[in-house]
Design a protein around this ligand. Structure first.
Ligand code: SF4
Length: 460
């Protein structure tokens, strides 16, 4: 019989329908491993079960901004039962005061060096309200996830091997959360964790798995070599910068180690945008040359590109230009959306300072800060309606059946591989459903448009 019970909840984003959840909540698996053995730990996932309260000593929530309102509501239910509530994750780290108004304690920043203290304080009846990680955690201290506590329905495993990024791109929260220093877990620990996970497919959830320096690149190659030498034999997808396409040896090793797809933040087909406020100068050369997809595909690795609309340098022609760029770059699979100014990013701070955010009644308005279904800011070179209408036009162009088929055919010629083309076709069909839903929401917003009152509000 365990002495205490901890319940950890992974909630679906506030107000969203349940969808497929492919992989487990990594940070909750780590928290569970950090909890002493005299605690019973339960990890619950709203993707698989209805939210409910239950008797326990502590309930913990992790939340991105899109989950924050749901986490506050859920914490309120547990608090009514006299149960101690704690919250961590990106949102509580950025909006700490706000989170403290809804839960008993906040873990601000990385939890590895704080969780033991938090649990000890609870047991000694000396709980503090704030546990603050003042310096980046040494990643040697990251334990293996508690795989045995996860729901058995996840189709994909997940692992993280690095944290931190010096990129500091204006729209991205990674540098604020994890710092500018690229920190790496020992590759032996990573490979051991991958071997132990029950799934044969996984997402390596690094924001940039290969890093930027030669040393980082060599470490990635060593990781691949170890996966190969240990016959791990699992396939994986991950996130890399465009520099990945420069190194034939790296791509060859990645494929042999199981890599079958990479997400790449291309961000824009416009050099002016990349070198503008976004500060993604590093992509300029690749977008100009335009052959990175072919180079990566040649190694049997798919490219999933992501692009952003409504940047300050984007004019009304950005939708047409983005469509042409996707064709020119031969991107078979893409994610395109208007800019979302998430809290904690330099972009959010700038738009607040420029009085350009449309929804600022926080925490209530965090409900809109999720996928870009609603335009959240006043664009610089068009109005909100034009950004909405242009986005709709682009979604319809990109996800029409004829366009999906044409990109799959182009993928076949780029990769020389029928399987690659079929995967692109299937992924795009799945995405078509998502974009149909986004289009529906945009149309609704256009119909019930309250931009005028929002704009009146921000212009005082
Ligand atoms: S977008 Fe990528 S490169 Fe830029 S700061 Fe974020 S993780 Fe780093």
């Amino acid at each position: 019989m365990k002495k205490y019970k901890l319940v950890l909840w992974n909630l679906i984003p506030f107000g969203m329908e349940k969808s497929d959840r492919k992989y487990p909540p990594l940070n909750l698996g780590i928290i569970a491993s950090l909890t002493p053995p005299h605690w019973e730990v339960v990890i619950r996932d709203e993707y698989f079960e209805e939210f409910k309260t239950e008797p326990c000593d502590i309930v913990g929530f992790t939340a991105m901004t899109s989950h924050a309102l749901g986490a506050y509501e859920a914490a309120g239910e547990f608090k009514k039962m006299g149960i101690v509530t704690v919250m961590g994750g990106v949102h509580a780290t950025i909006c700490t005061e706000e989170a403290l108004a809804h839960v008993d304690a906040v873990i601000k920043g990385e939890a590895e060096e704080l969780w033991g203290e938090f649990i000890g304080d609870f047991e000694n009846n000396q709980l503090k309200r704030l546990y603050f990680c003042a310096k980046p955690v040494n990643l040697n201290k990251v334990p293996k996830q508690a795989f045995h506590l996860y729901n058995s329905n996840y189709q994909w495993g997940i692992v993280q091997t690095t944290r931190g990024c010096a990129g500091n791109c204006e729209f991205c929260v990674v540098t604020s959360i994890f710092g500018a220093t690229y920190r790496k877990r020992p590759i032996e620990a990573v490979v051991g964790e991958i071997q132990d996970m029950p799934q044969n497919r996984l997402f390596i959830a690094d924001d940039n798995l290969i890093g930027f320096s030669n040393e980082d690149h060599n470490r990635f190659k060593d990781l691949c070599r170890l996966l190969i030498n240990k016959n791990v034999n699992k396939i994986w997808i991950t996130q890399v910068p465009l520099q990945f396409s420069d190194d034939e040896k790296m791509m060859d090793l990645a494929y042999k180690a199981g890599c079958r797809g990479v997400f790449i933040g291309i961000e824009s087909g416009s050099v002016e945008v990349l070198a503008g406020k976004m500060k993604k100068h590093m992509n300029v050369k690749y977008v100009k040359e335009g052959n990175f997809v072919e180079k990566i595909n040649k190694h049997g690795i798919q490219v999933f590109g992501s692009l952003i609309l409504g940047n300050d340098e984007d004019g009304k022609d950005c939708f047409r230009l983005t469509y042409s760029a996707i064709k020119r770059l031969k991107l078979a699979m893409v994610h395109v959306s208007p800019l979302v100014p998430f809290p904690g990013t330099p972009l959010f701070k700038r738009l607040i300072a420029e009085n350009r955010l449309l929804y600022t009644d926080f925490p209530n308005d965090w409900r809109y800060y999720r996928k870009a279904e609603i335009i959240l800011f006043k664009p610089a070179k068009m109005n909100v309606q034009e950004l909405n209408e242009g986005t709709l036009w682009l979604y319809e162009k990109l996800f029409s059946l004829s366009s999906i088929i044409s990109r799959a055919i182009s993928s076949y010629f780029t990769s020389g591989n029928l399987k690659t083309a079929m995967i692109a076709y299937k992924v795009n069909l799945e995405y078509r459903k998502t974009y149909k839903e986004c289009s529906r929401l945009i149309k609704e917003q256009l119909k019930n448009s309250n931009f005028d009152s929002q704009l009146d509000k921000i212009s005082g």
